[in-house]
Design a protein around this ligand. Structure first.
Ligand code: ZN
Length: 177
Protein backbone atom coordinates (compact mmCIF):
# COMPACT_ATOMS: atom_id res chain seq x y z
CA UNK A 1 0.00 0.00 0.00
CA UNK A 2 1.04 3.55 -0.58
CA UNK A 3 0.62 6.62 1.52
CA UNK A 4 -0.96 9.44 -0.44
CA UNK A 5 -0.26 13.17 -0.20
CA UNK A 6 -2.95 15.13 1.59
CA UNK A 7 -3.66 18.40 -0.18
CA UNK A 8 -4.20 21.82 1.43
CA UNK A 9 -6.85 24.48 0.76
CA UNK A 10 -4.58 26.20 -1.78
CA UNK A 11 -5.39 23.27 -4.10
CA UNK A 12 -8.71 23.98 -5.90
CA UNK A 13 -9.68 20.27 -5.92
CA UNK A 14 -10.58 20.65 -2.24
CA UNK A 15 -13.22 23.22 -3.26
CA UNK A 16 -14.82 21.22 -6.07
CA UNK A 17 -18.03 19.21 -5.83
CA UNK A 18 -16.82 15.64 -6.25
CA UNK A 19 -18.28 13.29 -8.88
CA UNK A 20 -20.33 10.20 -8.13
CA UNK A 21 -18.46 6.91 -8.33
CA UNK A 22 -19.63 4.53 -11.07
CA UNK A 23 -16.61 2.26 -11.47
CA UNK A 24 -15.64 -0.17 -8.71
CA UNK A 25 -12.63 -1.59 -10.53
CA UNK A 26 -9.26 -2.68 -9.20
CA UNK A 27 -7.87 0.84 -9.40
CA UNK A 28 -10.72 2.07 -7.18
CA UNK A 29 -10.05 -0.72 -4.65
CA UNK A 30 -6.38 0.29 -4.52
CA UNK A 31 -7.40 3.92 -3.96
CA UNK A 32 -9.54 2.84 -0.98
CA UNK A 33 -6.69 0.77 0.53
CA UNK A 34 -4.26 3.64 0.09
CA UNK A 35 -6.69 6.12 1.65
CA UNK A 36 -7.15 3.86 4.67
CA UNK A 37 -3.40 3.62 5.15
CA UNK A 38 -3.00 7.39 4.70
CA UNK A 39 -5.74 8.10 7.26
CA UNK A 40 -4.31 5.74 9.87
CA UNK A 41 -0.74 6.96 9.41
CA UNK A 42 -1.70 10.65 9.50
CA UNK A 43 -3.20 9.91 12.09
CA UNK A 44 -6.82 10.77 11.43
CA UNK A 45 -10.28 9.32 11.96
CA UNK A 46 -11.65 10.17 8.53
CA UNK A 47 -10.47 10.98 5.02
CA UNK A 48 -12.38 12.00 1.90
CA UNK A 49 -11.06 11.33 -1.61
CA UNK A 50 -10.80 15.06 -2.53
CA UNK A 51 -8.24 15.38 0.30
CA UNK A 52 -5.91 13.16 -1.73
CA UNK A 53 -6.71 15.11 -4.92
CA UNK A 54 -9.27 12.60 -6.24
CA UNK A 55 -12.56 14.34 -6.97
CA UNK A 56 -14.85 11.37 -6.33
CA UNK A 57 -17.60 10.79 -3.77
CA UNK A 58 -15.71 8.38 -1.52
CA UNK A 59 -14.80 8.61 2.15
CA UNK A 60 -13.20 6.34 4.71
CA UNK A 61 -13.55 6.60 8.49
CA UNK A 62 -12.21 4.66 11.43
CA UNK A 63 -12.40 5.65 15.08
CA UNK A 64 -9.21 4.87 16.95
CA UNK A 65 -8.89 1.47 18.60
CA UNK A 66 -6.90 2.41 21.70
CA UNK A 67 -8.22 1.63 25.19
CA UNK A 68 -9.78 5.04 25.70
CA UNK A 69 -11.63 4.81 22.41
CA UNK A 70 -12.82 1.24 23.15
CA UNK A 71 -14.20 2.43 26.46
CA UNK A 72 -16.05 5.28 24.81
CA UNK A 73 -17.23 3.69 21.55
CA UNK A 74 -17.28 -0.06 22.25
CA UNK A 75 -17.45 -2.15 19.08
CA UNK A 76 -17.28 0.96 16.89
CA UNK A 77 -13.66 1.59 17.96
CA UNK A 78 -11.36 0.48 15.17
CA UNK A 79 -14.22 -0.40 12.82
CA UNK A 80 -13.50 0.62 9.25
CA UNK A 81 -16.18 2.42 7.24
CA UNK A 82 -15.99 2.86 3.48
CA UNK A 83 -18.78 5.01 2.06
CA UNK A 84 -19.30 5.58 -1.64
CA UNK A 85 -21.77 8.19 -2.95
CA UNK A 86 -23.07 8.88 0.59
CA UNK A 87 -26.30 10.80 1.16
CA UNK A 88 -27.64 11.91 4.52
CA UNK A 89 -31.25 10.73 4.33
CA UNK A 90 -32.27 11.59 7.88
CA UNK A 91 -30.91 13.85 10.59
CA UNK A 92 -31.90 14.68 14.15
CA UNK A 93 -33.38 18.04 15.04
CA UNK A 94 -30.75 18.36 17.74
CA UNK A 95 -27.34 19.68 16.87
CA UNK A 96 -24.28 19.48 19.08
CA UNK A 97 -21.26 21.70 19.25
CA UNK A 98 -17.88 19.97 19.11
CA UNK A 99 -14.23 20.52 18.28
CA UNK A 100 -12.87 19.41 14.90
CA UNK A 101 -9.58 19.40 13.11
CA UNK A 102 -8.87 18.65 9.45
CA UNK A 103 -5.92 16.77 7.95
CA UNK A 104 -5.98 19.32 5.11
CA UNK A 105 -5.66 22.22 7.58
CA UNK A 106 -2.98 21.09 10.03
CA UNK A 107 -2.29 23.11 13.15
CA UNK A 108 -5.83 24.44 13.61
CA UNK A 109 -9.02 23.41 15.38
CA UNK A 110 -12.50 24.84 15.44
CA UNK A 111 -15.92 24.49 17.03
CA UNK A 112 -18.66 23.31 14.70
CA UNK A 113 -22.35 22.50 15.17
CA UNK A 114 -23.35 19.14 13.70
CA UNK A 115 -26.46 16.99 13.74
CA UNK A 116 -26.32 14.68 16.74
CA UNK A 117 -27.71 11.69 14.82
CA UNK A 118 -27.81 10.93 11.13
CA UNK A 119 -28.79 8.12 8.78
CA UNK A 120 -26.67 7.74 5.67
CA UNK A 121 -27.40 5.73 2.55
CA UNK A 122 -24.32 4.83 0.54
CA UNK A 123 -22.63 2.03 -1.36
CA UNK A 124 -19.88 -0.14 0.06
CA UNK A 125 -16.55 -0.66 -1.71
CA UNK A 126 -18.13 -3.25 -4.03
CA UNK A 127 -21.11 -1.12 -4.97
CA UNK A 128 -23.59 -2.79 -2.62
CA UNK A 129 -26.14 -0.54 -0.89
CA UNK A 130 -25.66 0.05 2.83
CA UNK A 131 -27.53 2.13 5.41
CA UNK A 132 -25.60 3.44 8.41
CA UNK A 133 -27.01 5.11 11.50
CA UNK A 134 -24.49 7.15 13.43
CA UNK A 135 -24.52 9.45 16.42
CA UNK A 136 -22.15 11.59 18.40
CA UNK A 137 -18.52 11.67 17.35
CA UNK A 138 -18.96 9.19 14.47
CA UNK A 139 -21.88 11.22 13.09
CA UNK A 140 -19.63 14.28 13.29
CA UNK A 141 -16.85 12.54 11.36
CA UNK A 142 -19.25 11.51 8.59
CA UNK A 143 -20.70 15.03 8.31
CA UNK A 144 -17.21 16.52 8.12
CA UNK A 145 -16.20 14.07 5.36
CA UNK A 146 -19.42 14.45 3.36
CA UNK A 147 -18.84 18.21 3.43
CA UNK A 148 -15.46 17.54 1.77
CA UNK A 149 -17.30 15.82 -1.08
CA UNK A 150 -19.20 19.07 -1.67
CA UNK A 151 -16.09 21.25 -1.51
CA UNK A 152 -16.94 22.55 1.96
CA UNK A 153 -14.43 22.83 4.81
CA UNK A 154 -15.18 23.03 8.53
CA UNK A 155 -13.59 26.49 8.66
CA UNK A 156 -16.49 27.71 6.47
CA UNK A 157 -19.04 26.89 9.15
CA UNK A 158 -17.00 26.98 12.37
CA UNK A 159 -18.06 29.38 15.10
CA UNK A 160 -14.46 29.78 16.13
CA UNK A 161 -11.10 28.59 14.74
CA UNK A 162 -7.83 28.66 16.65
CA UNK A 163 -4.23 27.62 16.27
CA UNK A 164 -3.39 24.42 18.15
CA UNK A 165 -1.61 24.92 21.41
CA UNK A 166 0.66 21.88 21.98
CA UNK A 167 0.53 22.48 25.72
CA UNK A 168 -3.24 22.34 25.85
CA UNK A 169 -4.31 18.75 26.57
CA UNK A 170 -7.80 19.33 25.20
CA UNK A 171 -6.32 20.33 21.84
CA UNK A 172 -4.07 17.26 21.86
CA UNK A 173 -7.02 14.91 22.23
CA UNK A 174 -8.73 16.02 19.03
CA UNK A 175 -8.01 13.71 16.10
CA UNK A 176 -8.21 15.32 12.69
CA UNK A 177 -10.51 14.27 9.84
ZN1 ZN B 1 -11.21 17.44 6.80
Amino acid sequence: MTQLDIIRPDNPILRKKAKRVTNFDKKFQTLIDNMVETMIEAPGVGLAAPQVAISQRLLVARLQDDEKSKEEFGDLAGKLFVLVNPEIVKSSKETVEGVEGCLSIPGYLGTVDRFEKITIDSLDRNGKAQRIKAEGWLARVFQHEIDHLDGRLYIDIAKEVWEVNPEDEDDENVVAE
